[in-house]
Design a protein around this ligand. Structure first.
Ligand SMILES: *Cc1c(COP(=O)(O)O)cnc(C)c1O
Length: 399
């Protein structure tokens, strides 16, 4: 008999669960868009967004999902015929590369597969081979949500500096911002993009491009930038309508105000620590399950795993069956496996993903672990015993 009634739990790597405080902030009548409270509220978002991104740079807001800000970041800095370098660790790196091809850029990929982080030495070799320094930007996905690989973005900056290459360093933090440690200024990132619906806990529909003065100068030197995607009027609006190149996404903005208040009330260090602790509890359970049978996490080394999303596999078709069991019997929805490129599992039906980003806490993660363990047991998928108990012990440890 299904036990799935009650509040559903979305363990998706985006869109993530929305806090009641965010939903309640959005549940209100239409505001006056011409003057007053909305204008003040929107201005108040800017310093708080910067604080989450750890930058004193500029921010442009868009009514767009992650794909939109992929394009926004590119069109402000890369003209048709110019070249970008894309180290990839999963499907999202390839997705950004595809966007770059779409705007007419020449794309060089450094393929890293789906299980290991970017290798700064391979970046160095590619930059040294670029004799005329034609590469305009390096596009690095901090956490590739398909593989759950997290790469060391600061190490890429060190290599750019050591080689003396002027390319901009662009980071996709759509999955990682507000979950995994990220320091835009300290790590020397020139352009960073994120979306509203992952660590920021707001419904999908808004995207953000952060950029520093170096990137601003590159934008100024472009011969043209499409009006709608131009970040200049959005980051330095002469009037309120410039923020969004038209009507503001009023209710998303109220939700975002509430989400940023929650993040700042908790504190960035505490937010990062919470994600790290909860991810570790999940991995502790996963190590138990993996001690017998087919269950495996996608990334072997915990140092290269994201704290926001964890990709796992149990072999086709059990991944899909496990997801269905958790959803239909227990009210927990796991993320689907994404284009994993595994020759043994071409459909990806053996893979799935745990989302643990944003509005997550210990009781939610323990519920998630308990449900997956029940699903493994009910479906008679061989697995090591005691995952939930091990996670409980891990969370009970002072830290
Ligand atoms: C979710 C995600 C995207 C795509 O965002 P959409 O809002 O689905 O367009 C891109 N990159 C990363 C790393 C993501 O996690």
């Amino acid at each position: 008999m299904p036990l799935s009634a009650g509040r559903p739990y979305m363990a998706l790597p985006g869109p993530s669960m929305m806090p009641d405080r965010v939903l309640q902030a959005m549940h209100r009548p239409a505001p006056d868009i011409y003057a007053g409270e909305l204008h003040d509220m929107v201005a108040s978002l800017i310093p708080d967004l910067r604080a989450v991104a750890r930058t004193s740079g500029h921010v442009a807001m868009y009514i767009a999902n992650g794909h939109g800000v992929w394009e926004a970041a590119l069109v402000n800095c890369v003209a048709p015929g110019e070249k970008v370098l894309v180290p990839t660790t999963g499907a999202f790196g390839h997705g950004w590369a595809e966007m770059a091809r779409g705007i007419g850029a020449e794309v060089e990929i450094i393929e890293h597969g789906r299980k290991t982080p970017m290798d700064p030495e391979r970046l160095r070799a590619a930059l040294l081979a670029d004799k005329g320094q034609r590469i305009k930007a390096v596009l690095a996905v901090h956490v590739d949500t398909s593989s759950s690989v997290r790469s060391d973005v600061a190490a890429l900056r060190r290599v750019l500096d050591e080689v003396g290459h002027p390319a901009l360093l662009m980071a996709d933090c759509i999955a990682s911002l507000g979950c995994d440690v990220f320091e835009m200024d300290a790590w020397g990132v020139d352009v960073m993009i994120t979306g509203s619906q992952k660590g920021l806990m707001v419904p999908p529909g808004m995207g953000f491009v952060f950029f520093n003065d170096r990137a601003k100068a590159v934008r100024r030197a472009m011969s043209r930038v499409s009006c709608y995607w131009d970040w200049a009027p959005r980051a330095e609006p002469g009037m309120f309508s410039h923020y969004f190149g038209g009507t503001a996404p009023t209710h998303h903005l109220y939700g975002l105000r509430a989400a940023l208040d929650m993040i700042h009330d908790e504190g960035m260090a505490a937010v990062w620590q919470r994600h790290a602790r909860l991810a570790r509890a999940l991995w502790t359970a996963a190590d138990c399950w993996a001690s017998e049978g087919p269950f495996r996490l996608n990334v072997a080394d915990p140092a290269h795993r994201s704290h926001a999303v964890t990709a796992a596999q149990v072999g086709a078709p059990l991944g899909d069956r496990l997801r269905e069991w958790c959803r239909d019997e227990a009210g927990v929805t796991l993320g689907v496996g994404l284009r994993v490129n595994d020759p043994l599992d071409p459909t990806g039906a053996g893979y799935f993903r745990f989302g643990h980003m944003g509005h997550v806490n210990a009781h939610g993660i323990l519920g998630l672990i308990g449900v997956v363990e029940a699903g493994l047991t009910a479906l008679e998928i061989p697995h090591g015993a005691g995952g939930l108990a091990a996670a409980v012990a891990d969370l009970a440890r002072p830290d």
